[in-house]
Write a protein that binds this ligand. Structure first.
Ligand SMILES: [Fe+2]
Ligand SMILES: [Fe+2]
Length: 268
């Protein structure tokens, strides 16, 4: 009999610099609130999954207005700042790559000594009889996500070797359309290939996504798939055009028990 697993999914932290506001939100301050909230949870979650778009020095006005190019040094400073916030968590954390991330600076700051800097940051976490598969959907220079055949083959093998265990997949880009054209045109482009791997394996109990900065929940092929609002600025299914809300920061509590994943969003 498998035990219960409780963990937290929060996403789209979009760290730039101390006091920097994006879409009217000070992203360090909201992450701080989310970290504090996680540290206060009882019972304590087993770990946190941080769902990508970890940093985004590429969206500050000087860069978007073309006054200067974003550099690896900008990214490294943002990752160092992110790490200082995440290290305040009293439980382990596991991070994903999003479209605003840059693998080289990320690895240099947050996974020093790791393999090739350009290699996808995908891995498994085995805990309490469960397996988490962390995927990397970053397709450099593009907003939509892409896993690629190599990563899908890797996933197939990781699911197969955990055939007797329940698995949760975490990926930044949404793996199902959420019904908003402006966001669905930048979803996970090879989602159908991912769902084919999931169907073949039969042991995936949930798929956790970020990217859209809003809450969405559905069941595809018998598997719950959810998107979690961000820790900073949010969007809404009511907005047909690109538009943001200045909060509230949110996180998702995830529970796996008896072959099922359930979850709920908590807004702060
Ligand atoms: Fe984001
Ligand atoms: Fe994103």
């Amino acid at each position: 009999m498998t035990s219960e697993l409780r963990f937290v999914h929060f996403t789209d932290t979009h760290i730039v610099g101390p006091g920097v506001r994006l879409r009217e939100v000070e992203t360090c301050a909201t992450l701080e609130r989310v970290v504090d909230a996680v540290n206060e949870l009882r019972p304590r979650p087993a770990f946190v999954v941080v769902g990508g778009d970890l940093v985004s020095p590429d969206v500050v006005p000087e860069v978007t207005e073309g006054l200067r190019q974003v550099t690896d040094a900008d990214y490294e400073a943002a990752y160092a700042l992110l790490r200082s916030h995440l290290d305040r968590l009293t439980v382990p954390y596991h991070v994903l790559m999003g479209n605003h991330d840059r693998r080289g600076p990320f690895r240099r700051v947050m996974v020093p000594g790791s393999a090739l800097e350009t290699e996808r940051h995908r891995y498994v976490v085995d805990v309490d009889g469960y397996r988490i598969c962390a995927l990397d959907s970053l397709d450099p220079g593009k907003k939509p996500g892409w896993l690629g055949e190599e990563q899908l083959a890797w996933l197939r093998d990781r699911l197969r070797e955990a055939a007797d265990r329940d698995v949760v997949i975490a990926v930044h880009h949404h793996a199902v359309p959420i019904g908003l054209a402006r966001l669905d045109e930048q979803m996970l482009m090879d989602a159908d290939a991912l769902w084919a791997v999931i169907a073949e394996a039969g042991n995936v109990r949930g798929v956790l996504c970020g990217h859209v900065h809003l809450q969405h929940e559905e069941v595809r092929d018998g598997v719950p798939v959810v998107t979690t609002p961000s820790t900073c600025f949010q969007s809404s299914k009511l907005f047909k055009e690109k538009q943001y809300l200045a909060g509230p920061p949110a996180l998702r509590l995830v529970t796996c028990r008896a072959g099922e994943m359930t979850s709920e969003v908590v807004s702060l």
